[in-house]
Design a protein around this ligand. Structure first.
Ligand SMILES: [Zn+2]
Length: 485
């Protein structure tokens, strides 16, 4: 997911201020025409009620998480997920196809870290450090490396150390995830602040001659768990890179502050294989009046390999699949086409999102809106939108359909709210993400604890209702949202 702001205060205001009319009008002025007819809004209410009574989305994410499990791009799990989702679409009787793409193929190996020296170390003792390799990390030698540890709180501290303080060492970035900010309802912002270190910390350390780089896990979990994720070396020489549990980062910082030096032995043996063939899975509910005009909805099929990818992002795929199931079951056909896309490779390349947008770029005006679910399965509060101010106002009557589940909030942001639909946003397509209660999302995100038990069936049904209502509403509206570019 992208970093973004969802202040609870704003949500409360948005919910509290729901009601007619959203914009004050002089009595003599006619009300602004709505882009949604009464018939469209009634159809949306019917879809909402059907979604809330259906457990289809929960059963789909249960299959993805339990019977397939880890689905990193290029893996057997990712391939099985492609087949599974396409079979489900076929079972619904909707038109489906695969969109071939090439994906990075990175495979995790051994992961061992131990402190081998520290101030006050009893003779002959080592201490385990909980570590996981970051995506695109190269390997250490099979026997590992052993080097002094230098802990830095931020990029400025790294720069102050310079080459003299960094060369030949293992750099540990100790940027803390702001748990309070997340609990205040700004989890996306907390993630965005900390993930910069996972993204380019290892590259910055490499430029100063570090032999490896470790980041404090980007997440809010206790219980000494490592959060995986992608790092990018770009023009820097790749060096072994991993994430350590927050508790281990804290301990190394404390030991370093005692003086006398800390040393670590690190074994990471991931492999980067040649790019592998894979697919986006696409299904269509054709529009009855403008089949060439498309509302794209989706989630991402790939998932980090430590857990089962239940909340990131089996849930999003299942939520989008639910729209197809509802429309097939209710035999409803909006004016425009709704296209469901299970994107491949969001986590370590976005090749699915890029490939999809590439195929649309000849006629970008045919993409009238894109919606992605990629913030888990918790209770929805509304939507996050990258649309014009006029587009935001136009959406309000549609969101009123979601008042019974408390999901009427709209928050406007300056960039695509989700990753896979980002390339469509570049083509001027209005993009929309689900706004969900993400106060605990980053407890589990990219960890071994991303498993099905984190999903409450009622809540994923609510999120499915939001996706289906917004998708149908936009596909059946009298007009389309203004372009964003
Ligand atoms: Zn995701």
């Amino acid at each position: 997911m992208h970093a973004r702001l969802i202040p609870i205060a704003a949500i409360v205001v948005a919910i509290a201020s729901f009601g007619p009319p959203a914009v004050a009008q002089a009595p003599s002025m006619p009300p602004a025409p709505s882009m949604f007819s009464a018939a469209t809004l009634a159809a949306c209410a019917k879809i909402r009620d059907a979604a809330l009574e259906d457990d289809y989305a929960y059963r789909r994410v249960a299959d993805l998480a339990d019977t397939i499990g880890p689905r990193l791009s290029g893996s057997p799990g990712a391939a099985a997920a492609v087949t599974y989702v396409q079979k489900q679409f076929q079972a619904l009787g909707v038109t489906t196809r695969l969109q071939p793409i090439m994906v990075p193929h990175w495979v995790r190996g051994a992961e061992v870290a131990q402190l081998t020296a520290w101030p006050g170390q009893p003779q002959g003792l080592t201490q385990k450090v909980v570590v996981t390799a970051l995506g695109s990390s190269p390997a250490t030698p099979q026997t590992g490396i052993e080097a002094p540890v230098v802990v830095v709180p931020d990029f400025a501290a790294l720069a102050r150390l310079g080459q003299a303080g960094v060369a030949g060492k293992i750099v540990v970035f100790d940027e803390k995830f702001d748990v309070q900010l997340a609990h205040d309802g700004l989890a996306g912002q907390a993630y965005g602040n900390a993930v910069a270190y996972r993204g380019r910390g290892p590259a910055e350390a490499s430029k100063l001659g570090a032999v490896a780089a470790l980041v404090r896990s980007v997440g809010s979990a206790d219980f000494r768990i490592a959060h995986a994720g992608q790092t990018n070396f770009r023009d820097a020489k790749p060096i072994p890179a991993g994430a350590v549990a927050a508790e281990d980062a804290d301990k190394m910082a404390r030991l370093s502050a005692r003086g006398g030096g800390v040393r670590m032995r690190l074994i990471l043996t991931p492999r980067t294989l040649p790019d592998a063939p894979s697919d986006n899975v696409i299904a269509e509910i054709p529009g009855r009046e403008h089949p060439e005009q498309v509302v794209t909805i989706g989630g991402h099929l790939d998932a980090w390999d430590l857990g089962d990818g239940a909340i990131d992002d089996g849930a999003g795929v299942a939520i989008a699949m639910e729209t197809a199931q509802l429309l097939a079951h209710l035999q409803m056909h909006p004016r425009r086409t709704i296209r469901v896309v299970a994107f491949m490779n969001e986590e370590n390349g976005t090749r699915g999102g890029l490939g999809y947008a590439d195929a649309e770029k000849a006629k970008p005006q045919n993409q009238v809106a894109a919606i992605e679910a990629d913030t888990g399965a918790s209770h929805p509060l509304g939507i996050v939108v990258n649309v014009s101010p006029a587009g935001e106002r136009a959406l309000r009557p549609l969101m009123s359909v979601l008042a019974p589940i408390g999901a009427t909030a709209i928050r406007r942001v300056d960039d695509s709210p989700e990753t896979d639909i980002g390339p469509l946003s570049e083509l001027g397509v209005p993009t929309i993400g689900l706004m969900q209660d993400d106060r605990h999302y980053f407890d589990y995100h990219h960890t071994a604890a991303d498993t099905l038990d984190k999903i409450v069936p009622r809540e994923i049904a609510e999120s499915s209702a939001v996706m289906a209502v917004v998708a149908y509403g936009l596909a059946d509206a009298d007009t389309t949202l203004p372009r964003v570019k």
